[in-house]
Ligand binder design. Structure first.
Ligand code: G6P
Length: 607
């Protein structure tokens, strides 16, 4: 999880950059670097490994200069070497970057063709060259950055320092967070407020698409529509950034909005973007060519497993059984000839999931933990682990942990598919490309909040809500219903749309909203028939679909939430966003305790 710091200061920048980078260590990293302006020229120091290696570099060859940028890098594209460490630079600009540039291959090819020389294997270096190209054409730093950012696809936050411009520092964000720190005659950029906290407590949380042009003591913010805007200044009260709400009303909202970054980080952990392949760590004897797999979890983690069941069967070509841990552990399950077991858990401590893991171990199965909290019990007891990199999740109702679990499980499905020869290398590439698009599409899906807000008002007066989905969206319907009941206390049920006629249709009347999760995929027509059945009985349909689905559904639905068009493989990731927002906004409207709903615990360590 990369960290960013930028300083336009009055005092020597290098020690301050290092101080800020130390504050960012909690995010995890495997190389670090800084760049400063020395008499107008860019000078860099970088080192693989810990910050102390960078400090050793700096004491061997110190840097003067009062403006600079710094970075801690969590390797994604390219190994954690010094050459791949940030900042990346030309003679005109140095940049640091957090996130994924999806279209970096295309951009890099074009830049190489134009005669530019690359020094690293990172996706980030294209940003330095794009900005540089603009500067060489006579653009101002602001023009060069805004022009470059428009060419970037993906989720990212960046900071840029310019040769010959002692009083300018520019940051931009799309998908990944970035804050501006304000002081009287200084200015700062940070990947979170804690990065700038040694220098100031006055921060601006940049919004999607913002470009911030910093001068000493002055800041100009340009929004996604190229308008100069004012953003509120917040006073940061210190403490760990991870447990600050920033400018969000609730942790749950913050965590929903973090998902472009948290899914990006998790996906980047498991894909090699250069080769477009999945790279799984050493799985300590877990044999991905096994004939079957069991997937166990509780609550939201169980639903992540239910989504993965479809993926592992369709992409992985492996027979899968998913179950709720509390059922699984007591039903004395039998296993196929060769099976591996997967345990999905945010906390890594849930008592039933842990007991199920131990049961599988006792029965000779290899165990794989998809877990968010490092060093938790499941993390330690499983044979192998696939960390989800969601960071601390504070809201009791799980959101970013869920999509991080989906990210890791999607990668696992591809790895199994390759191991079992169920998919070709070409298909693997296609799926990896689709997966890498997920963070950007999740960021786009967040844009539906104002539209969902209106629907939430209506839902907040309902007594019961039905959620329907087919295929891989059936578990998303289950998760949607769970989210709503957890935080708004409205009774909600998720059903497979095909089961509607076998019972739940009896619930439908004018008072019962029916939320249908249905992108325009191969099952859409089937879902449309189910919608007709609801419509014919006066039910209030809320359709979550894409543009094509909305067109095909005509005016059958009372409300339509438009979700970005995406590859069906990653649709569960993208469609998680509207169901989370719908639950969140409904609860806010009802005025319930969103982050700590009654009776619920974040980590259930008892049976
Ligand atoms: C509790 C939480 C849920 C979570 C479930 C499983 O019920 O309130 O949000 O999904 O436990 O927790 P785990 O830590 O194993 O993912």
């Amino acid at each position: 999880m990369c960290g960013i710091i930028g300083i336009l200061g009055q005092d020597p920048a290098a020690p301050r950059l290092v101080e800020a980078l130390k504050r960012l260590e909690y995010r995890g990293y495997d190389s670090a670097g800084v760049a400063v302006l020395e008499s107008g020229a860019l000078a860099r120091r970088r080192a693989a490994g810990k910050i102390r290696n960078l400090e050793a570099e700096l004491s061997a060859s110190p840097l003067a200069g009062i403006s600079g940028i710094g970075h801690t890098r969590w390797a994604t594209h390219g190994a954690p070497t010094t050459a791949n460490a940030h900042p990346h630079a030309t003679d005109k600009v140095a940049i640091v970057h957090n996130g994924i540039i999806e279209n970096f291959r295309k951009l890099r090819e074009a830049l190489v063709k134009a005669g530019r020389k690359f020094e690293s294997e990172t996706d980030s270096e294209v940003i330095a060259h794009l900005v540089s190209a603009g500067l060489e054409q006579g653009q101002t730093p602001e023009q060069a950055v805004t022009g470059a950012v428009k060419q970037l696809e993906g989720a990212f936050a960046i900071a840029c320092l310019f040769a010959g411009h002692e009083d300018v520092l520019i940051g931009a964000r799309k998908g990944s967070p970035l804050v501006v720190g304000l002081a009287d005659d200084e200015a700062f950029l940070g990947s979170d407020a804690i990065a700038v906290s040694p220098f100031t407590t006055r921060v601006i949380y940049l919004e999607e698409g913002d470009v911030a042009v910093l001068g000493r003591g002055k800041t100009k913010i340009i929004d996604a529509g190229d308008a100069v805007v004012e953003r509120p200044v917040t006073v940061f009260s210190g403490g760990a950034a991870a447990v600050e709400k920033g400018n969000h009303r609730h942790f749950m909202q913050k965590e929903i909005y973090e998902q472009p970054e948290t899914t990006g980080r998790t996906i980047a952990r498991y894909v090699n973007a250069f080769d477009e392949r999945v790279e799984m760590p050493d799985l300590d004897g877990v044999d991905l060519t096994a004939d079957s797999a069991v997937l166990i979890g509780c609550g939201t983690a169980h639903y992540a497993g239910r989504v993965a069941e479809y993926w592992l069967e369709q992409v992985g070509g492996v027979a899968v059984e998913t179950d709720i841990a509390s059922e699984f552990r007591y039903r004395k399950p039998a296993f196929g000839k060769s099976a591996f077991s997967v345990f999905v858990s945010q906390s890594g401590e849930t008592a039933d999931t842990l007991a199920a893991l131990r049961y599988c171990k006792e029965n000779g199965l290899k165990t794989l933990a998809v877990v968010n909290v490092p060093e938790s019990t499941m993390w330690r007891e499983a044979d192998a682990r696939l960390p989800t990199l969601a960071g601390p999740e504070i809201g009791v109702a799980s959101t970013k942990a869920f999509t991080a679990q989906l990210s890791a499980l999607a990668a696992l499905s591809i790895a199994v598919g390759r191991a079992k020869n169920a998919i070709s290398e070409q298909e693997e590439r296609r799926l990896v490309r689709a997966l890498m698009e997920a963070p950007r599409l999740i960021a786009d899906a967040l844009g539906a909040e104002p539209q969902i807000e209106k629907i939430a008002q209506e839902i907040s007066t309902a007594r019961d809500v039905l959620y329907l989905g087919r295929g891989v969206h059936y578990p998303i319907a289950l998760e949607g219903a769970l989210k709503l009941k957890e935080i708004s206390y409205i009774h909600a049920e998720g059903y497979a749309a095909g089961e509607l006629k076998h019972g739940p249709i009896a619930l439908i009347d004018e008072e019962t909203p029916v939320v249908v999760v249905a992108p325009h995929d191969g099952l859409f027509e089937k879902s449309l028939s189910n919608m007709q059945e609801v419509h014919a009985r006066g039910g209030k349909l809320v359709l979550i679909t894409d543009e094509a689905g909305a067109a095909a559904a005509g005016d059958i639905a009372k409300h339509v939430i438009i979700t970005p068009t995406c590859d069906p493989f990653i649709a569960p990731l993208v469609y998680s966003v509207p169901i989370q927002l719908l639950a969140y906004l409904t609860a806010v409207h009802k005025g319930t305790d969103v982050d700590q709903p009654r009776n619920l615990a974040k980590s259930v360590t008892v049976e």
